[in-house]
Design a protein around this ligand. Sequence first.
Ligand SMILES: [Zn+2]
Length: 66
Amino acid sequence: MLKKTQYICGICGYVYDGEDFSKEDESYRCPLCDHDIHAFHERSFEHEVNLATDEYHQVIKEANKK
Ligand SMILES: [Zn+2]
């Protein structure tokens, strides 16, 4: 069961794929939609259960492929 905290772009759904999001500086931009770091928000898989929208399910599917 994954419990790792992830960061996701609230605009396009891109899941941060780097080492440590907290170490990224203000100049970090979403590689997909080019929004700035403030578009990202913290999320956890546990939390997803309560946010059972199609969009979130898609994101989890993508994340589990890795
Ligand atoms: Zn994005």
